[in-house]
Design a protein around this ligand. Structure first.
Ligand SMILES: Cc1cc2nc3c(=O)[nH]c(=O)nc-3n(C[C@H](O)[C@H](O)[C@H](O)COP(=O)(O)OP(=O)(O)OC[C@H]3O[C@@H](n4cnc5c(N)ncnc54)[C@H](O)[C@@H]3O)c2cc1C
Length: 417
């Protein structure tokens, strides 16, 4: 059923009791052309674009829990393309353009809100670095605006711009087209649209092994039995290294917990996204009114979807330093997700060294904004057995060849990205 004002009105007559299910719950078939492991935004987007762009719909998405129950439903939803390295800039800008038409494309409101993303600078050298980044963005056709302290004060009145602030603000880099979206809606929208094109979405189906015949994959062992496949796409975020290990591959990926948290809801007070690298904080206000905050990783390795109190304290301290009014609010919820940190901070989207096996992962802090672009290029790679120009640089081989994509120049320190 097409969602529209007419279907809404029609269903109102039956008290909204007759809406059809948004996607089916089929039994797994014995064999598929392509099996996608992981029913987060990226896996579902990949399945959708396989069907939509390449006419391949004999596809299953296998999810061990529920759709979007991984990082897709746990992130702080910041969407931007303010990158400097050409490979990153072109890929994330492509993704941002897909976001701009996504609700219409999927016939599902993903609540994409282009309220702007501001990176705060706290020193003159940092302002210089942001000018350089902003110039590089504009040369790549991406919107970027430098803001002075007065402009920032005007744009974000509750930000402490006083000279006595714990993190004195020197200015900022704004990407006006950046913003936020409703995370669950992205998973649900892609799931519904993929299902409508014939993709089987199978929840509560954990992949426990990858079967091979010599150098080629033949299918996956799952909690619901063996499922044959010509090609397998691993799209499991923080579990990437576990899945790759099932095919005897060791990835340059470490898994860490990243936490986020919300305060009790307020009337609208913050109508943009603010980030501060120095204070380790990103903050925005949700449509429900909560102030949503995140910071750095819990520094130890873990596959658990929960973190510890010291990091929460660190984020709250940073938030109160920059926005003193927050000290009056209560923290309502905190949660965590498992991040797949690569050693250069950029993703891996491409073939693995076993025939028929592919991966899309290593998203570190920033894969939500990549969801549409990642699904699109990964579908291309699976369908054509070769990368698209937009993901050619994101190959696994770069860790051997040394052609790293180290946007921050921070090196192989996943805890510091
Ligand atoms: C707290 C936090 C804040 C973040 N903030 C941002 C942000 O502001 N902006 C941004 O761009 N990104 C952000 N991210 C990162 C972003 O959420 C992720 O990069 C992105 O959502 C990854 O999507 P995905 O579909 O690859 O992974 P997921 O949504 O994690 O999906 C992977 C799925 O694979 C399933 N799976 C795992 N193992 C198996 C198995 N063996 N068998 C079957 N299924 C399996 C999991 O259950 C999961 O549902 C944040 C992440 C966190 C945790």
């Amino acid at each position: 059923m097409k969602y529209s004002v007419f279907s809404l009105a029609r269903n109102a007559f039956s008290y909204h009791r007759n809406w059809p299910r948004a996607w089916r719950s089929p039994q797994p078939k014995p064999r598929y052309d392509i099996v996608i492991v992981g029913g987060g935004g990226h896996g579902l987007a990949t399945a959708y674009y396989l069907a939509r762009e390449h006419g391949i719909n004999n596809v299953a998405v296998l999810e061990k829990g529920w759709l979007g129950g991984g990082n897709t439903g746990r992130n702080t939803t910041i969407i931007r393309s303010n990158y400097m390295l050409p490979a990153n800039a072109h890929f994330y800008e492509f993704s941002l353009k897909l976001w701009e038409g996504l609700s219409r494309e999927l016939n599902f409101n993903v609540m994409f809100s282009q309220r702007g993303v501001i990176n705060l600078a706290h020193s003159d050298p940092q302002l210089d670095a942001f000018s350089r980044r902003g110039n590089a963005m504009r040369l790549n056709g991406i919107d970027a605006v430098m803001l002075g302290r007065d402009a920032l004060k005007h744009r974000v009145p509750l930000l402490d711009c006083s000279p006595k602030a714990r993190f004195p603000v020197s200015g900022g880099l704004l990407q006006p087209r950046g913003g936020v979206a409703r995370h669950d809606a992205v998973a649900w929208g892609y799931a519904r649209a993929a299902d409508a094109r014939g993709v089987d979405i199978i929840q509560n189906c954990e992949v426990t092994g990858i079967r091979r015949d010599g150098e080629r994959v033949t299918g996956v062992e799952t909690s619901r039995g063996f499922i044959g496949a010509n090609k397998i796409g691993i799209v499991v975020a923080g579990n990437s290294s576990r899945l790759a290990a099932m095919a005897d591959i060791r990835l340059p990926v470490e898994s860490h917990v990243l936490q986020a948290m919300v305060t009790e809801p307020l009337k609208p007070v913050l109508d943009t996204v603010v980030t501060s690298g120095a204070a380790h904080l990103y903050i925005s206000q949700t449509d429900k009114g909560e102030i949503l905050m995140g910071g750095d990783l819990d520094s130890y390795n873990s596959y658990a979807q929960r973190g510890n109190l010291p990091l929460i304290e660190h984020v709250v301290q940073a938030a109160v330093s920059l926005f003193p009014f927050l000290s009056r609010l209560r923290l309502m919820r905190t949660w965590g997700g498992v991040m797949d940190m690569t050693m250069d901070g950029s993703p891996i989207i491409g073939k693995l060294p076993v025939k028929g096996l592919f991966m899309d992962g290593g998203w570190c802090y920033g894969g939500f904004k990549a969801t549409p672009g990642s699904g699109w290029v990964f579908a291309w790679t699976l369908a054509k057995d070769e990368p698209h120009a937009l993901n050619a640089a994101f190959n696994l081989d770069r860790f051997h060849s040394g052609r790293l994509l180290d946007e921050k120049g921070a090196g192989a320190t996943p805890g510091a990205h």
